[in-house]
Ligand binder design. Structure first.
Ligand code: ATP
Ligand code: MG
Length: 563
């Protein structure tokens, strides 16, 4: 797990600098973000988005959004729309340069014909399984397909008939003719086209042959004039094929550069696994606030600024690692610290009656929203005889360092008065504490100077008659293991406590009618956001984005201490 040494060093920027010096692409920088529309984007994609759009912006270049839609069986318009929304929400703009690999199907077909004519591609009748068998292994060379030496005429005719829909799925493919003895398995006559009688979300039934990624990607990059084609490390072994396709066709040649994909602790990142969680009902959907998807993080309350900052901090490396999810949580705290109004919410209420406070009296107390950011202003908070505090803020028999309320002890109520606990009322049957009888000291009103006396504890509270009921959803990591991908079945380590719903919370009246997606700090609890889906003006629902305790900052401090 990489926790220490944060650096935003970016080796790709160094490559760009070098290319600028040598005028390799005429001083141009043109990148692209190429998602496959077969699922929702996750935080790993955010890294790639920030990298591609960020490098373009930093170097006065351009970045395209291109849908890599070459597999009609798995792709869908729903995903296209969600991806566009997520990229925009993250703060990036493709300025009208929205493309689809399927825009180039005709061109790709012509390029395939060109390869056949040059004797560099052939139609092969082996089954998928036979192709695998013939391919050999890392230690054994492959064997040539018996169809490898078909004449150009026969190949052209068969490929034309594949396109015309004369053959069933899987019966034939078009393969590149490269080298069955190559040390790189990707170069052993890779498949370029397959037959698939499926309706494509954009081209409908026009095509029944579809190009493979390794053929479609370099051609799409070339057509769009991409300069730096940035992809994740697992494509390193595909680079010779990327180069071969472009060289064999003799067309404009961008360079492929690989970087390490983002892995985050306590979650999974593969779309296949995320889809499994959605389809099998382990989460409520792609936008479940526990998901590492962009829409999940957005619903949870994350800001685009926090996610961009996170992507900046993790930097770009050449070797894979797992980033501590505490860093992502640190970034949202850092972003909301000054931005979020600090308000009072009691999640597990315990009734308090102030016996010496006049019945029916209400005082409107001045309360600044954020001491560290006066620009946020202030609101009035009503104080009255009957209040609620947090159940855990009272203990009948407190241990040594407990500075909250206990029989005979004093605490300050935030923005209000010092109160003292005089008596405890218990449920006769269960013995549970159900109410505290307290007194307040009128001379201790907050803000009145000089301060009469200090007490160690300050509690948040709400006025019983004025508080607004709310549901609060507390989230924890989705998995109990740091690296669920290591488990035989990743679902076996799903965290059974990743969601806790508290349905009888009470929040201060200033939150009444809070708009969906509003973010707050609940004093002493953490950062919260009204749920954009379930929260309404009448029935408030808050998601906890993160608790206040910053484990990342703690780890950093400890590491610095060691040095
Ligand atoms: P997954 O493995 O999650 O299904 P993918 O690579 O199949 O992802 P694509 O839609 O093909 O998903 O990815 C679009 C772009 O995002 C690619 O350039 C890919 O390299 C990049 N990308 C995907 N996952 C990550 C990640 N975890 N970290 C960084 N970049 C990623
Ligand atoms: Mg992919």
């Amino acid at each position: 797990m990489s926790t220490g040494s944060l650096q935003s060093s970016n080796f790709i920027q160094n490559i760009i600098n070098e290319d600028m010096k040598t005028n390799k692409y005429g001083g141009r920088v043109h990148t692209r973000f190429p998602p496959e529309p077969n699922g929702y984007l996750h935080i790993g994609h955010a890294k790639s988005i920030c990298l591609n759009f960020g490098l373009a912006a930093k170097n006065g270049g351009l970045c395209n959004l291109r849908f890599d839609d070459t597999n009609p069986a798995k792709e869908d318009e729903e995903y296209v729309e969600s991806i566009k929304e997520d990229v925009k929400w993250l703060g990036f703009d493709w300025d009208g340069r929205l493309f689809y690999a399927s825009d180039y199907f005709e061109k790709m077909y012509q390029y395939a014909v060109q390869l056949i004519k040059a004797g560099k591609a052939y139609v092969c009748d082996l089954s998928a399984e036979e192709i695998r068998e013939y391919r050999g292994t890392l230690t054994e060379p492959g064997r040539e397909s018996p169809y490898r030496n078909r004449s150009v005429e026969e190949n052209l005719e068969l490929f034309e008939r594949m396109k015309a829909g004369e053959f069933p799925d899987g019966s034939r493919v078009l393969r590149a003719k490269i080298d069955m003895a190559s040390g790189n398995l990707n170069m052993r006559d890779p498949v370029l086209y397959r037959i698939m009688h499926a309706t494509h979300h954009r081209t409908g039934d026009k095509w029944c042959i579809y190009p493979m990624y390794d053929f479609a990607h370099p051609i799409s990059d070339s057509i769009e004039g991409i300069t730096h084609s940035i992809c994740t490390l697992e494509f390193e072994d595909h680079r010779p094929l990327y180069d071969w396709v472009l060289d064999a066709l003799g067309i404009y040649h961008p360079q492929q550069i690989e970087f390490a994909r983002l892995n985050l602790s306590y979650t999974v990142m593969s779309k296949r696994k995320l889809r499994e969680l959605v389809e099998q009902g382990y989460v409520s959907g792609w936008d479940d606030p526990r998901m590492p998807t962009i829409c999940g993080l957005r619903r949870r309350g994350y800001t685009p600024e926090a996610i961009r900052r996170f992507c900046d901090l993790i930097g770009v490396a050449k070797s894979n690692s797992i980033v501590d999810i505490a860093l992502l949580e640190h970034c949202i705290r850092e972003d909301l610290n000054l931005k979020a109004p600090r308000v009072m919410a009691v999640l597990r209420p315990l009734r308090v009656v102030i016996e010496n406070y006049p019945e029916g009296q209400v005082e409107e107390l001045d309360a600044v929203y954020n001491q560290e950011n006066p620009a946020l202003g202030s609101r009035k908070v009503p104080f009255s005889r009957e209040l609620y505090i947090e159940q855990d803020d009272f203990l009948e028999n407190p241990p040594g360092k407990f500075f909250r309320l206990a029989p005979g002890r004093e605490v300050r109520l935030k923005h209000a008065y010092i109160i003292k606990c005089e008596r405890v009322i218990k449920d006769e049957r269960t013995g549970r504490v159900i109410e505290l009888r307290c007194t307040y000291d009128p001379a201790t009103r907050s803000g009145s100077s000089p301060e009469v006396r200090k007490v160690k504890g300050t509690l948040h509270w709400v006025s019983a008659a004025h508080a607004v009921r709310a549901e609060v959803r507390l989230y924890d990591h989705l998995f109990t293991k740091e690296n669920p991908d290591e488990e035989e079945d990743f679902k076996a380590c799903l965290n059974p406590h990743s969601l806790e719903r508290l349905t009888s919370c009470l929040v201060e009246p200033s939150l009444a009618g809070a708009a969906p997606g509003s973010r707050y700090q609940f004093l002493r609890h953490g950062y919260f956001c009204t749920d954009p889906v379930d929260s309404t003006g009448e029935a408030l629902v808050f998601n906890r984005i993160v608790p206040l305790k910053d484990t990342w900052a703690k780890i950093q401090k400890a590491e610095q201490g060691k040095k």
